[in-house]
Design a protein. Structure first.
Length: 211
C-alpha cells in the first residue's frame, strides 16, 4: 500500500512538473527581464506571472515583479501589430485583451481577419472529414460485398443462409449508392470551401504577410 502511494505521489509530481511554466534552472537563473519580454511577445496576460511564481516556489525563488512587468510591456509592442494579430487569429489563439490603446485597433483588425481565415479553413476541414468518412464507408461496404460473394460461392450453403446473404447484399448495394451520392456532394462542397479558404488566405496574406 505504501509503495502504491509513493508511486501515485511521484506520478503527481511529474504531472505538476510537466505543467510548470518554468523549470528549476530557469527559476534559479532568474532572468525575469527575458521571461517577461517573451511573455509579452506571446500576448500573455499579467496574471501569467502567477504561474511562474507557482512553478518557482518549489525552488524557493520569487519572481522580480517589477522587472518582469516592465519587460512584458516592451514585448507587447512586438506582439500588438496587425500582422501578428492576423497570425494569432488564423491559428485560432485566444486574445487576452493585452494590447495598449495605441496598438489595439490595428491588432484587432488583423486578428479579426485572421479569424475569418481560421473559420473558413475549419469549415473546409469539417467537410473534408465527411468526405473521408464516406470514403471509408464505401471501402467497408466493398469489403462486405466481397465477403458475401465468397460465402455465396460455397456450394454447401443452405437456402436460408443464401437468402439472408442475398438480402444483405441488396441492402448493402442500396447503401453504397446512397453513400456514393453523399460522397460526391461532399467532395464538391469541399472543393468550393477549399477554394474560398485559399482565396481568402491569399488575399489577406498580401496585406498582412504570410508568416
Amino acid at each position: 500500500m505504501r509503495a502504491f502511494a509513493a508511486i501515485v505521489i511521484a506520478g503527481l509530481a511529474l504531472l505538476q512538473a510537466g505543467c510548470a511554466t518554468m523549470n528549476q534552472d530557469e527559476c534559479l537563473t532568474g532572468d525575469w527581464a527575458l521571461v517577461g519580454y517573451q511573455d509579452g511577445t506571446n500576448g500573455y496576460p499579467p496574471s501569467y506571472m502567477d504561474k511562474h511564481a507557482k512553478a518557482c516556489a518549489a525552488y524557493g525563488v520569487r519572481p522580480d515583479v517589477t522587472t518582469y512587468l516592465d519587460a512584458r510591456e516592451r514585448g507587447l509592442f512586438e506582439y500588438c501589430t496587425p500582422p501578428r494579430g492576423f497570425r494569432e487569429g488564423r491559428t485560432g489563439r485566444k486574445y487576452f485583451g493585452v494590447c495598449p490603446p495605441p496598438t489595439v485597433s490595428g491588432f484587432l483588425a488583423g486578428y479579426d481577419d485572421g479569424l475569418r481565415v481560421h473559420a473558413a479553413e475549419e469549415h473546409r476541414d469539417d467537410i473534408r472529414r465527411d468526405v473521408r468518412r464516406f470514403e471509408q464507408r464505401m471501402d467497408d461496404i466493398d469489403d462486405e460485398l466481397d465477403d458475401i460473394a465468397d460465402r455465396l460461392g460455397d456450394p454447401g450453403l443452405d437456402k436460408g443462409a443464401r437468402d439472408s446473404l442475398e438480402d444483405t447484399r441488396r441492402h448493402l448495394r442500396r447503401e453504397l449508392r446512397d453513400v456514393e451520392a453523399q460522397h460526391r456532394r461532399a467532395w464538391r462542397q469541399e472543393q468550393a470551401a477549399d477554394d474560398h479558404a485559399t482565396r481568402l488566405r491569399i488575399d489577406l496574406s498580401r496585406y498582412y504577410g504570410d508568416r
